[in-house]
Ligand binder design. Structure first.
Ligand SMILES: Nc1ncnc2c1ncn2[C@@H]1O[C@H](COP(=O)(O)OP(=O)(O)OP(=O)(O)O)[C@@H](O)[C@H]1O
Length: 879
């Protein structure tokens, strides 16, 4: 920006300044009435020097001598005390703007000095509408007049238009209110003070000739040509603020936590005193049910500034009235609520409140009855919510609450707009395909397309499933073509806009008419992670990230740019999301509707394994299919097949565990059978620096409890890696509520016991059990067998689960007679003499427990032991 002003410009500025001073002088002269200003003292501060006014304060009619309420610095209290006599030093402190949650009526907390930045134009419609620069006649606050909305329209304008409800329920202050006069001087430069280096602060403001003159007069001034900003010693803070306050067309936001808004000029004028009095009366007399009154106008500025307690909060219905009152106070600037909030809560603002959960019942008659009949009540509510949001939502239910079934039902509601695209983590692509087969029997299985290669057609099915990573590797022409209906599973995968997966997904999200995002953990560490998901569902809410970042990410400008890693106004953000786009239920909210144990089949793929492993697996399957002459041979062949299955599943198992960790699962159990698998898991967890415990047959009894305690009391992510046969009993690990079976085992009794490490007394949540089942492996035969056996146990009341629904695993019932016979072989081999197998396994486990102490390691987890007893299991499985 050029520093050169023309003579004409300088003349105009000087003229404006002169006029402003004249107006101020006129107002001062007119101040005649005594005003009741109520300011509550901060409870912790009894020091009269750091002056907090108590109860009603009469501002004298003749002598304009309102006290200076607050010192900017503690160390300066004496001089401040002196200045308290100076009418030009009275300050009013108001609080950070936030929306806070309240059970009955959702109150707002407002009154924040406007966080102007150079990036934010000062003449936004929001500001001009909300009395920061009112360019309109003062509205009659006791009437339903909406004249103040006239200027700039837009969202805020429409809010005013809607706001036709009389505000008669407020304490009547009509005489006072009617006395509020109109305009404030126009402000041409807004800025803010920001902490700079140690003991200094800088002023972020646009060019203003008079202000520069003030800056130059400050002794500790320093100009940084790189940032084009002035900075000063904190010692000179007050001097600068006072001089800046003398320039009518300048508004500086004070340093956070220091003085708030300087109302010296305002409160010395009766005009403003009247408005302030009305406002404070309004606040203090406000005892309407549901209105939460927090905080107070604060008149001290000690360094113990406590944002939490110094807040006012008001019902949304009274927002307009409050803003109107505030706009009558010349030196008070109030940041209006964000446009997004006003848009989202427009019905609440005008009192025609409809609670968002009171959503109408959607007509689901066109959807498969088997699906709609199965929906639990809260799931049905989820579908209703989605339909009320025109199929655009973030379903953020806790894990295991059936986001998949809800998403399928929502998508099915818009079936005439298909083809549908499901984008999911690679490890659950096939689980999605299974879920569609299970829940939508009307859908031909052939119309489900799981994309496995980047060159595959993304649109060959009516339902298409692709992984995030594959999508990002696909030809743009393919991946860029829009789908009308989109499901994005584990949508926190989109949290970073710079990632390839997010870049690939965004164009699809932009183009889709229905966007169903699913995640139990939409943001794991900071609000900025939510932004892309919000943008995907409701692009109009925060079209620019900066706006979102300023409000909810505590954005800070650093020398290298903006830092959005913080968080601010989280309560407000939560309310906003719940109102507009997000539905989140916790297990504890719907526990009564959930089964105690929820089992889920996760279909994994072995497509990625190397050809050697694949060849070994198919050779083992062929050997079995040939049939064996005696039972011993048959059993050995089965075990070889089982072993190769373990090897083939390694990669997919780890992929799934990684996705669980990425999805924010903090504590869970992973059961496996083969040492190979257990070793692989802990090696990979070690590489990822994830804490784990390992309990297998080699873990001495004395150490087991210590390891369990480590897991139980761990406050961070911790995975318990456990052997199915050696850790299925006697352990309590109920601080977790998720069990993953990386491998299957033919004895469901052992599996159920293993599940019960978390499903036991003391467990307060429902328990989720995930069985990883790989197609084309021994699992094809083991799983139906387990299922059949579990059903038997269930029928006799020995197993409590939701597994009895045969449709759940229909695709695992092999139709190939040869394969069917393998399943029967498993059944024969491991059922008829179950007792013997059990005995061998348990004997082996016992042997391990007897490992001599010299072989024990203090840090057991992560260490592979060589124990003689391992051999027996190895032998047993033919390895
Ligand atoms: N209404 C229902 N009737 C029967 N089974 C259900 C129902 N809802 C969910 N389930 C089952 O509960 C299990 C968990 O459901 P789902 O996988 O959809 O949960 P989720 O919320 O997606 O969990 P995650 O966050 O772990 O992915 C699945 O086996 C699913 O089939």
């Amino acid at each position: 920006m050029s520093n050169q002003l023309t003579a004409e410009q300088q003349r105009k500025i000087e003229e404006n300044r002169r006029k402003a001073l004249e107006r101020r002088a006129q107002r001062l002269a007119q101040s005649s009435s005594s005003t009741s200003v109520q300011v509550q003292p901060p409870k912790h501060n009894a020091n009269p020097d750091t002056a907090t006014l108590t109860h009603h304060r009469d501002i004298p009619t003749s002598a304009p001598a309102p006290k200076r309420f607050a010192p900017p610095f503690k160390k300066d209290s004496q001089s401040i005390h002196n200045q308290n006599q100076d009418p030009n030093h009275q300050r009013l402190f108001v609080n950070q703007s936030t929306l806070c949650n309240s059970a009955s009526s959702r109150p707002i907390q407002i009154i924040d000095p406007l966080p102007q930045t150079r990036n934010q134009p000062v003449s936004s419609p929001v500001l001009s509408n909300f009395g920061v620069k009112p360019a309109h006649p003062k509205p009659d606050l006791t009437s339903t007049s909406t004249s103040s909305s006239s200027s700039s329209g837009g969202a805020v304008g429409s809010f005013y238009k809607q706001n036709t409800k009389p505000v008669a329920q407020l304490p009547s202050n009509s005489s006072t209110l009617n006395a509020v006069p109109a305009k404030k001087p126009a402000i041409s430069a807004r800025g803010r003070c920001v902490a700079h280096a140690e003991g200094r602060f800088r002023v972020e403001v646009g060019y203003h000739v008079e202000l520069i003159a003030v800056f130059k007069s400050i002794p500790s001034k320093s100009y940084d040509p790189a940032t084009k900003m002035w900075n000063f010693s904190l010692e000179d803070y007050r001097q600068l603020m006072e001089q800046a306050a003398g320039i009518a067309s300048v508004s500086l936001r004070p340093l956070e936590g220091m003085d708030a808004i300087d109302v010296a000029a305002a409160t010395s004028a009766a005009r403003d005193g009247v408005a302030l009095g009305a406002l404070l009366k309004l606040c203090n007399g406000w005892q309407k049910p549901g209105a939460v009154l927090q905080g107070h106008f604060q008149a001290d500025a000690t360094k113990n500034y406590d944002m939490k307690t110094r807040k006012w909060s008001f019902s949304l219905e009274d927002y307009k009235r409050l803003m109107d009152l505030l706009s009558g106070i010349a030196a008070v600037e109030v940041e209006p609520l964000p446009r997004a909030i006003i848009q989202a809560f427009s019905a609440r603002f005008d009192g025609t409140e409809a609670r968002s959960l009171d959503v109408p019942e959607a007509d689901l008659s066109s959807i498969d009855h088997s699906l709609t009949r199965s929906l639990m009540p809260f799931q049905r509510e989820g579908v209703n919510f989605a339909v009320s949001k025109q199929g655009r939502l973030l379903l953020a239910d806790d894990m295991g609450l059936g986001k998949t079934v809800q998403a399928i039902c929502i998508a099915a509601y818009y079936r005439n707009e298909w083809p549908l695209l499901v984008v999911a983590p690679s490890s659950v692509r096939f689980t999605w395909a299974e879920a569609f087969r299970r829940w939508l029997p009307s859908l031909s299985p052939d119309s489900i397309n799981v994309v496995v290669k980047a060159k595959d057609n993304l649109r060959s099915g009516l339902v298409n499933v692709v992984s995030y990573d594959l999508l990002s590797r696909m030809d743009k022409q393919q991946s860029g073509k829009p789908f009308s209906v989109l499901i994005m599973d584990e949508s926190h995968f989109l949290k970073n806009m710079k990632t390839a997966r997010c870049k690939a997904a965004l164009p699809l999200l932009k183009a889709a008419k229905r966007v169903i995002l699913l995640s139990g953990t939409p943001a794991m560490s900071r609000p900025s992670e939510l932004y892309t998901q919000i943008l995907a569902v409701k692009p109009t809410l925060f079209p620019r990230f900066h706006e979102f970042g300023m409000r909810y990410c505590d954005a800070k400008q650093l020398t290298w740019g903006w830092d959005y890693s913080g968080s601010s106004n989280l309560g407000e953000l939560k309310l906003l999301l719940e109102e507009c786009l997000m539905l989140r239920r916790l297990k504890s909210d719907v526990l009564s509707q959930l089964p105690a144990k929820q089992r889920k089949v996760v279909t994994i793929t072995i497509d990625g394994v190397n050809t050697r492993t694949k060849a070994a697996l198919s050779a083992a399957a062929k050997q079995l299919a040939k049939g064996k002459s005696n039972k011993k041979e048959e059993k050995e062949a089965l075990l070889v097949f089982y072993n190769h299955t373990a090897e083939a599943k390694l990669q997919a198992i780890m992929e799934y565990i990684t996705d669980m960790l990425e999805g924010g699962r903090e504590k869970f159990l992973v059961f496996a059978h083969h040492k190979l698998v257990l070793d692989h898991i802990i090696t990979e967890l070690g590489k990822k620096n994830v804490t784990f415990i390992r309990i297998d047959g080699a873990t001495p009894s004395a150490e087991r409890q210590l390891l369990c305690d480590k897991f139980q009391y761990s406050t961070q992510t911790c995975v318990a890696v456990l052997s199915i046969t050696a850790a299925n009993m006697g352990l309590t690990l109920h601080s977790a509520d998720l069990v993953v079976f990386a491998e299957l085992f033919w004895n469901p009794g052992v599996l159920i016991q293993a599940e019960d490490r978390v499903h036991r007394i003391g467990q307060t949540s429902n328990v989720n059990i995930h069985y990883l089942v790989a197609k084309g492996t021994a699992d094809d035969h083991l799983w139906p067998m387990i299922q059949e056996k579990m059903n038997v146990l269930e029928q006799v009341g020995l197993s409590e689960s939701n597994l009895s629904d045969n449709a759940l695993n229909a695709s695992f019932h092999s139709k190939d007679p040869k394969q069917r016979s393998i399943m029967e072989m498993f059944q024969r081999s491991f059922t008829e003499d179950d007792d013997i197998d059990e005995a061998i396994l348990l004997e082996a486990a016992d042997d391990w427990e007897d490992t001599p102490p010299e072989n024990r390691s203090a840090e057991h987890h992560g260490i592979v032991r060589q124990s003689p007893s391992k051999k027996s299991i190895k032998d047993f499985f033919g390895r």
